[in-house]
Write a protein that binds this ligand. Structure first.
Ligand SMILES: C[S@@+](CC[C@H](N)C(=O)[O-])C[C@H]1O[C@@H](n2cnc3c(N)ncnc32)[C@H](O)[C@@H]1O
Length: 269
């Protein structure tokens, strides 16, 4: 992955800047979470199911709220993210809320250098694959971390979303866009007016690219669902169509905003 190092460095800088804003934002509501408010959404809670006593690896965990929510629900959790600022906050939160939780600061492509064991559940969600240039390599790494009989779970923004401009007025990228996409960071989804800027780099991945990468890595698809709403109001021009369910103004009910994949590792896999 050495030829991507400049892109990763720029993205890491961007996520460190975002994290400084996110930790105090109403969007993340860290105080509410400390007081017991859930961070996870019904999509992943219903599809992942009971995690009591399960080991769970959360990749690209940001500052750990979702990871620690799984811990509150009984999982033995490990979170990984490459943002030093995010992992510092996650470690502080863990010390306060779930001392058994472990957080690792690393690029997901360097997973094997930092985490040697495998897990009952490998989880990631909402804004992860778009930061990854090579999904085949990612899927191989992820699949190797799932114990035989365990599963991988992803809830992710739908690739149709990333075809549009920021205001969802026109389609500017092909569904199966193959190149790197350079964007200007200007504010963040948790605070559009935050005084942060810089360049970031992303990659669009179609549903078939994600699914085939996971299948080629030896996982077996258990479910694929597409959701016509986002549980997070993280796009421009969103409307809350019912409690906790956001759609794009003017496109209500017309485009999927999220998909979710559950894929198991065979017992003899
Ligand atoms: C949109 S956030 C994930 C959202 C998460 N569900 C939450 O709690 O809000 C994306 C995360 O991916 C991390 N990230 C991006 N590229 C990465 C990489 N190559 N390796 C590890 N972490 C990465 C960022 O630092 C960021 O915390």
């Amino acid at each position: 992955m050495s030829n991507y190092s400049d892109f990763f460095a720029a993205n890491k800088t961007g996520w460190n800047k975002r994290t400084a804003v996110h930790k105090d934002s109403a969007f993340y509501d860290l105080e509410g979470f400390r007081a017991g408010k859930p961070a996870l959404n019904s999509i992943e809670l219903d599809e992942v199911g009971d995690v009591t006593g399960k080991s769970l690896l959360h990749l690209q965990c940001h500052f750990g709220m979702d990871t620690l929510d799984w811990a509150r629900r009984g999982a033995k959790v490990t979170g990984l993210d490459f943002s030093e600022n995010a992992i510092a906050i996650a470690n502080n939160l863990a010390a306060e809320l779930s001392p058994d939780a472990r957080f690792v600061c690393a690029n997901v492509y360097d997973l094997n250098q930092h985490i040697t064991e495998s897990f009952d559940i490998v989880f990631c969600s909402y804004g992860v694959v778009g930061w990854l240039p090579d999904l085949k390599k990612w899927a191989q790494l992820v699949a190797a971390k799932v114990k035989p009989g365990g599963f991988f779970y992803l809830a992710e923004f739908h690739p149709v979303v990333w075809m549009f401009d920021d205001n969802f007025e026109k389609i500017i990228y092909a569904y199966d866009d193959q190149g790197v996409i350079e964007t200007e960071l200007s504010g963040t989804y948790a605070d559009r007016d935050a005084p942060i800027s810089g360049k970031e780099y992303g990659w669009n991945h179609s549903l078939s690219e994600v699914i085939n990468a996971l299948i080629e890595a030896g996982l077996e698809l258990t479910s694929l669902n597409e959701w016509m709403y986002s549980p997070h109001p993280c796009f421009n021009k969103v409307v809350e169509v019912s409690k906790g369910k956001w759609q794009i103004e003017g496109l209500e009910g017309k485009i999927p905003l999220v998909y979710s994949i559950k894929a198991g590792k065979p017992v003899n896999g």
